[in-house]
Ligand binder design. Structure first.
Ligand code: C2E
Ligand code: MG
Ligand code: MG
Ligand code: MG
Length: 287
């Protein structure tokens, strides 16, 4: 009984917050207050290398715990903050938090990669490159081990976005297209952005195995991504069946509840320490 009551209270509080966040000025005030009170923190969802089964990196996902104890999901406050024009302040806090957290992880796994999410406003502002370089310096994350995730929605001005992607990659930083398969992006469009990774969206992953047509489309996407030399990360893997299909299709990396939910920094460190205790599987030498 406690669970449904908690859920109802949570929904009611979120509804109240959405209502309060409907005007730009109150969204700005609410977000600023959250920043001042240090109500944001990061969770880390492990990324698994399908060939070895090991955790090789993690995506940093923001969490907002209000002073009331209520946890506001990013799907609610990120779009509100974007609309209110205050998302860059949140991105700044994400970078600060990651800069604080990363060294503990790198001490255990020096080759670990971190992924961060950018919004449209970040992609189109001139100081984003400097901010990201400052993040790598402060965090100790090597350039090649930072993955900047951009969604189709974060590309408003294709020319401008191309410049940002180009500058990032010229500086040795990796770029991923996030949530691929949900929007209108075609691979031709992707080729224009010239990124390193393609993240296949969970909705797409969940439709695998439900009909042969979806599998055919997935197979073609993965084949073409491979032709474009893109590395593929599948998101939202929840079952061994999904994992098997994706692995057979040639997907390299996986992220999802099958392996881990987004973890607190402490839990991530724990997982990595446990992993280190297990020796690396020897690579099969092809006969
Ligand atoms: P995203 O970047 O596509 O992140 C993946 C989301 O899928 C995460 O939700 C994660 O918890 C969820 N997920 C992971 N594995 C599974 C699974 O196996 N099954 C299912 N059903 N879901 C899974 P989360 O953390 O609630 O984040 C939602 C979205 O909020 C993110 O989607 C991203 O677009 C945005 N977001 C999160 N953190 C940030 C941030 O720091 N900056 C910006 N700009 N956006 C962020
Ligand atoms: Mg969520
Ligand atoms: Mg993402
Ligand atoms: Mg995604």
């Amino acid at each position: 009984l406690l669970v449904p009551i908690g859920l109802l209270v949570g929904i009611a509080l979120s509804a109240l917050l959405i209502w309060a966040m409907r005007s730009w000025s109150s969204t700005r005030a609410i977000v600023r207050q959250g920043l001042r009170r240090r109500e944001y923190h990061l969770c880390y969802q492990p990324v698994i290398d399908l060939a070895s089964g090991r955790i090789v990196g993690a995506e940093a996902l923001i969490r907002w715990r209000r002073s009331s104890g209520e946890i506001v999901p990013p799907d609610i406050f990120i779009p509100a903050a974007e609309e209110a024009g205050i998302i860059c302040a949140i991105t700044g806090r994400v970078f600060d938090l990651l800069a604080e957290d990363a060294s503990d992880v790198l001490r255990i796994e020096p080759d670990f990669h971190f992924a961060v999410n950018l919004s449209a406003a970040d992609m189109h502002r001139s100081d984003i490159i400097a901010d990201i370089h400052s993040l790598t310096e402060r965090s100790g994350i090597p350039h090649a081990k930072l993955i900047v995730e951009v969604t189709e929605r974060s590309v408003v001005d294709l020319e401008r976005a191309r410049e940002t992607v180009h500058s990032l990659r010229r500086g040795g930083i990796a770029v991923a297209i996030d949530d691929f398969g949900t929007g209108y992006s075609s691979l031709a469009y992707l080729a224009q952005l010239d990124v390193d990774f393609l993240k296949i969206d969970k909705l797409f992953v969940h439709s695998l195995g439900t009909g042969s047509a979806t599998n055919q489309v997935a197979a073609r996407i993965i084949e073409m991504a491979n032709d474009l030399n893109l590395r593929i990360i599948a998101e939202g893997i929840e079952t061994r069946a999904q994992e098997m299909i994706l692995r057979n299709l040639g997907v390299h990396y996986a992220q999802g509840y099958l392996y881990d939910r987004p973890l607190s920094l402490e839990d991530l460190l724990q997982r990595l320490r446990a992993q280190r205790a297990i020796p690396r599987r020897k690579k099969n030498v092809a006969a």
